[in-house]
Design a binder for this molecule. Sequence first.
Ligand code: NAP
Length: 286
Amino acid sequence: MDDSTFFIIGANGQLGTALRQQYPRARFADRIELDIADPTSVQNFDWSGITTILNAAAYTNVDGAETADGRVASWQINAEAVANLAAICRQKDITLVHISSDYVFDGTIEGPHTEDEPFSPLSVYGQSKAAGDLLAATVPKHYILRTTWVIGEGKNFVGIMLGLAEKHIEPTVVADQIGRLTFTSELVRAIDHLLRSNAAYGTYNVTNDGPLVSWADIARRVFSVAGYTNLTVTDTTTAEYFAGKEGIAPRPLNSNMSLAKLHATGFQSRDWQDDLERYIAHYTAN
Ligand SMILES: NC(=O)c1ccc[n+]([C@@H]2O[C@H](COP(=O)([O-])OP(=O)(O)OC[C@H]3O[C@@H](n4cnc5c(N)ncnc54)[C@H](OP(=O)(O)O)[C@@H]3O)[C@@H](O)[C@H]2O)c1
């Protein structure tokens, strides 16, 4: 694959950073050069030579999206910008790789979410991401990757837990949301696999594999791998954790994504526990 024909959007986010490392010759632009929420900016941009847009940009502040300003920003970047990118991809026969979320579901089903489950988003963020999926799917050559609990370079749960451990703070963490971590390295591997193998266009769930766990379980694993075995993590429920707090987005409790469709393409997922060890080893070495 010629990565000089790739264009990365949201290049400074967790996933965007990992994509730039994987595809060093890919082009990318900052918001001044290309405002993807503005249809004119997207239409007037020079897309010559671009075969594939990797859209890692999103409004990811799920509680912020419940505010008046956040609701607008969330719809602008998670939906309107995707409409603008989808239009240019259709016009110029560009492949669109777009990233979606477990938050497009309410998480009330038993068992894993499959790619064809009907949308049931609970929050503004989830609703705007669901709209983005529908828009991305209007591009003939599209891959929509639905992921969960993303961990890469940037602010994320594992980094926050490591920061608490260093200060010897013993946190109370929700134990009734169930899922798996997804390292940006795993997302990048899946994107690369789908593109290289010319997998059928469409929607694919992509998370790390391994045991389904709660955030509290992950916090305990982080503490243990990082060597803070004397610190305790106390379980709570999502309802208790957010009780009395204003403007909190509802969260799906079941974030178990079926990986069967991805695996049927020949992709072998890595266990989140192995990637967590590598991540913490890298984090503590730097
Ligand atoms: N994080 C998670 O746990 C999670 C879970 C499920 C799905 N996802 C999805 O995974 C994808 C990647 O998430 P992530 O964690 O890598 O996100 P992230 O670290 O929050 O990065 C998002 C990036 O989008 C950029 N962006 C926002 N508005 C923009 C605009 N108008 N124009 C250009 N860039 C803009 C941000 O730029 P600034 O830094 O300048 O704001 C930021 O660099 C997203 O689609 C997200 O919805 C994430």
